[in-house]
Design a protein around this ligand. Structure first.
Ligand code: TLP
Length: 343
């Protein structure tokens, strides 16, 4: 029977149309700027996010790091949420490879940073301190339940950053989930940011890749950073071809993922032994707490029942809906969890 993989939307497999486009893609050496398919993807991404230029990168992690390297000098400081992917899950790349100092502000439970705390975190102009250069936000916010930062919050954060002489980088790995859930053009969310990274390889179902977008000047610097990180990819059009279809054919379907996440949250809320964090998940993530017993044993029992769930630390679990979840998969997942808890 089909394994139900709810660990992440990163597990999605490319569509048939993507595989065909990959096989037929027109290619060149992208390190010379000669791959027409990569160039088309970059132009499309820039146009959709309302930026001057785009840069295809192998992963969201590299996109965020190339952005930080392009915005900051060694010793500069970045204001970042304590629950941010960039802070928690990117292996300390900003410090290890960029000499960039994270200035951590607590995330509110809805993914925002309190803008007064951001203002207070900016260092005075004094030789004792690092120079605060950048504010980073995450939309949707992964560890905060797939929360959406609203257009008005994005604008207020951008205005504040610019008033304080900072740049704003948006980790928009799932920014299209936010725009589809709100029913707004993605530009409304990306407009206030100076740079945005989004992923093609999550709910948009491309096999590999992310795009970093910003001004022409910023992308020139990010391009050099990508080279330093070893991210120049030659005939990368085989991957970009799938990315183009991700942007032209897969955005609207994210609504299905959100609908299935609401169904999942509702079903799980009726299962004894777990506590769902939100009955109305804003996008495609459902987090829950195991109320008692061993988290490892629970995960193993789910696995035996054919269900993979994501581990979010301690007794906290994450289930993500995506392109590979269909038909009665959600119902089967709820049944598997009920069985795992009663075993
Ligand atoms: N997130 C992955 C894991 O790393 C946790 C997931 O399964 O959700 N920004 C955000 C907000 C992300 O959630 C991720 C991936 C990234 C950046 C990094 O993207 P990749 O995995 O392409 O490097």
């Amino acid at each position: 029977m089909k394994l139900l993989d709810f660990r992440s939307d990163t597990v999605t497999l490319p569509s048939e149309a993507m595989r065909k486009a990959m096989a037929e893609a027109e290619l060149g050496d992208d390190v010379y700027g000669d791959d027409p398919t990569v160039n088309r993807l970059q132009d499309l991404a820039a146009e959709m996010t309302g930026k001057e230029a785009g840069l295809f990168v192998p992963s969201g992690t590299m996109g965020n790091l190339a952005a930080l390297l392009a915005h900051c000098q060694r010793g500069d400081e970045v204001i970042v949420g304590d629950q941010a992917h960039t802070y928690i899950f990117e292996a300390g790349g900003m410090a290890a490879l960029g000499g960039i100092h994270p200035r951590v502000v607590k995330n509110l439970s809805d993914g925002r940073l309190d803008l007064e705390e951001v203002r207070a975190a900016v260092r005075p102009d004094d030789a004792h301190f690092p120079v605060t250069r950048l504010l980073t936000l995450e939309n949707t916010h992964n560890r905060c339940g797939g929360a959406i930062l609203s257009p008005s919050y994005m604008k207020a954060a951008g205005d504040l950053a610019h008033e304080l002489g900072l740049q704003l980088h948006l980790d928009g790995a799932r920014i299209f989930n936010a725009s589809v859930a709100l029913g707004v053009d993605v530009k409304v969310l990306t407009g206030p940011a100076d740079s945005v990274m989004f992923c093609l390889s999550k709910g948009l179902a491309a096999p590999v890749g992310s795009v970093l977008c910003g001004s022409k000047d910023f992308i020139l610097r990010a391009h050099r950073a990508r080279k330093q990180l070893g991210g120049g990819m030659r005939q990368a059009g085989v991957l970009a071809a799938a990315g183009i279809l991700a942007l032209t054919q897969m955005v609207e379907r994210l609504d299905d993922d959100h609908r299935q996440a609401r169904q999942l949250a509702k079903g799980l809320s009726e299962v004894a032994g777990i506590q769902v964090e939100s009955l109305e998940p804003p996008t495609n993530m459902v987090y829950f707490q195991l109320m008692e017993g061993s988290a490892d044993a629970f995960r193993e029992r789910c696995k035996k029942a054919g269900l993979l769930v994501g581990v979010a630390g301690g007794s906290r679990f994450r289930m993500v809906t995506h392109y590979g979840i269909e038909g009665n998969d959600v119902k089967r997942a709820i049944d598997a969890i009920r069985d795992a808890l009663s075993a």
